[in-house]
Design a protein around this ligand. Structure first.
Ligand SMILES: *Cc1c(COP(=O)(O)O)cnc(C)c1O
Length: 362
């Protein structure tokens, strides 16, 4: 495709071109069934095969150990901000959160609607430019859980290693970096991620939850917001977002063909290094937002000397076929989201743009 944009959107975001082409071929008629997948019952064997294939691929690619359920839920990661405290905070218990940035803050605000919260560590005083060290974490041993945000999409920071929390359930919002690298799932009680950044289109959220955490909640919780509802029915309690799950399955196959989580990490490290190197060798023309040891592999955030120069950069980028480089309105500056599906060629083109722009404007 000649006119494909250099897509650095933060979410929904770039999908692998190979996947889009394949889905296009299967769009009107899915595997000789006389109809598209979207026109089929979610209770039929054709859709069920796709549904369980996607589940099995998530298990395989993340090396999920025995004893976990993989759920497909709607409502985005934002709905998980409520489902987690609703299902997992017993009356009288406190839920602990690590305040690392915009998304962690939203999770905390939502949890406050349902019970007591505490902050195990915060980088608010440093404008959320860094992920707190594991040694900074401070929470009571009887908290309901400890929640962290593995990648702060807006600030461009990412946890490099995860704490061992022993008997305390660790929960991770991995919406913007799931499958960008191998992780040790066994450290977590719950991992959740909206699909639209690293797994596929919008419309489905995956929840990986340890089976002992799935119980009837101790308070009245709407049926659709209970993990046990979805776990008992293999995420087929009601109509799931069949097309989103089908597309996600195709993206997961693409991840597998490209080396799985370890293969993604190599690609992602190479892409991120290219951009961070331009920033670091620009003599201050480009300024990285995140502290070097907290830099994200997925969202590279940086600023220029003035807002005017930033606007000029965006304008020039758009003229050259780039999309999505404007930083989130809450932090400003520029942001390049380089999720798994963003090709190396897009990053190489960005690096050329950055170098040209610096030469012309310094
Ligand atoms: C995008 C994002 C969310 C919100 O996802 P929705 O699916 O839009 O609700 C939550 N957490 C993180 C880290 C995100 O990047």
């Amino acid at each position: 495709m000649a006119n494909r944009a250099f897509n650095f959107n933060a979410g929904p975001a770039a999908l692998p071109l190979e996947v889009l082409e394949k889905v296009k071929e299967q769009f009107v008629e899915f595997e000789n069934n006389g109809m598209s997948l979207m026109e089929m019952s979610h209770r039929g064997p054709v859709y069920e095969k796709v549904h369980f294939e996607a589940e099995a691929l998530i298990r395989e690619l993340l090396a999920i150990p025995e004893g976990y359920k993989v759920l497909f839920i709607q409502g985005g990661a934002s709905t998980q901000f409520a489902m987690i405290p609703l299902n997992l905070v017993q009356p009288g218990k406190t839920a602990a959160y690590v305040a690392t940035g915009s998304w962690a803050t939203k999770a905390i605000q939502e949890a406050k609607l349902f019970g007591e919260t505490s902050i195990a560590a915060s980088s608010e005083g440093d404008s959320y430019k860094r992920i707190p060290a594991i040694s900074e974490l401070n929470y009571a041993s009887d908290v309901a859980y400890l929640h962290l945000t593995s990648n702060e999409t807006i600030e461009g920071t990412q946890w490099k290693e995860f704490p061992d929390t022993g008997d305390v359930t660790l929960i991770g919002d991995m919406s913007s970096d799931i499958l960008c690298r191998p992780i040790d799932v066994s450290k977590f009680g719950v991992i959740y991620a909206g699909a639209q950044k690293n797994l596929g289109p919008s419309g489905v959220t995956i929840v990986i939850i340890r089976e002992d955490l799935i119980a009837k909640p101790s308070v009245a919780v709407p049926t659709m917001l209970r993990y046990d509802t979805h776990a008992k029915a293999d995420s087929l309690y009601n109509t799931p977002p069949t097309f989103a799950i089908y597309m996600m399955n195709e993206v997961l196959k693409w991840v597998k063909e490209n080396g799985g989580a370890a293969g993604m990490e190599v690609r992602n490290q190479e892409k991120a290094n290219l951009i961070y190197d331009v920033i670091d060798s620009s003599n201050g023309f480009y300024r990285g937002f995140a502290d070097a040891d907290s830099r994200s592999l997925m969202n590279v955030t940086f600023t220029l000397a003035s807002e005017e120069l930033e606007k000029q950069f965006i304008k020039e980028s758009e003229a050259r076929g780039f999309v999505g480089l404007k930083g989130h309105r809450s932090v400003g500056g520029l942001r390049a989201s380089i999720y798994n599906a963003v090709p190396l060629e897009s990053v190489q083109a960005l690096v050329s743009l950055m170098k040209d722009f610096q030469n012309k404007n310094s």
